[in-house]
Ligand binder design. Structure first.
Ligand SMILES: [Cu+2]
Length: 178
């Protein structure tokens, strides 16, 4: 009976003036400590080690992305984003790219993109407002980029869009992190 009580929980065992129960109690403390350490590792590991996360998004010949919201997990440290063009039209006619800016910068960057060339992916050259962007691609093509979430603020407002002239009105969405 004593042994059973002791094995059932540290609190019950501690009340028993019995050597066996006390050692069981100590054992249960040790078990608790190692469980706590294991939990600590689980909680803090993602913050210490790189955690890549993958995002895939498609654009089509109807001038649409297949999603209008992207959510990045709070423990994501590096984004690997792939844009696929599921249509058939050429990049010069129905080209798509994926551009990320702060929502506050989106309109200005999209307008500046109208004056840029396809060689520059319809973006101003080396614009610091552009957090990340893929190349402009045509039907059947894909473009993959990686970027660090160190460039993002948790809870910040971000917009992704296609900067091909005239596309951003239809092809845009929100990106959230954290
Ligand atoms: Cu487009």
């Amino acid at each position: 009976m004593h042994l059973r009580l002791g094995a059932e929980g540290g609190r019950a065992a501690a009340l028993l003036p019995n050597g066996v129960s006390i050692s069981l109690y100590q054992e249960s403390i040790l078990k608790s400590v190692s469980l706590l350490l294991a939990l600590c590792l689980l909680v803090f590991a993602p913050a210490v080690w790189a955690k890549p996360c993958a995002v895939t998004i498609s654009g089509n010949d109807q001038m649409r992305f297949d999603q209008n919201a992207i959510k990045l997990a709070p423990d994501c440290t590096e984004v690997r984003l792939t844009l696929k063009h599921t249509g058939k039209m050429a990049a010069t006619v129905m080209g798509h790219n994926w551009v990320l800016t702060k929502t506050a910068d989106f309109q200005a960057v999209a307008n500046a993109g109208l004056r840029a060339k396809i060689e520059d992916d319809y973006l101003p050259k080396a614009d610091p407002r552009v957090i990340a962007h893929t190349k402009v691609i045509g039907g059947g093509q894909s473009s993959t980029i990686t970027f660090s979430t160190a460039k993002l603020v948790k809870g910040g407002a971000y917009t992704f869009f296609c900067s091909f002239p005239g596309h951003w009105a239809m092809m845009k969405g929100t990106l959230s992190f954290g």
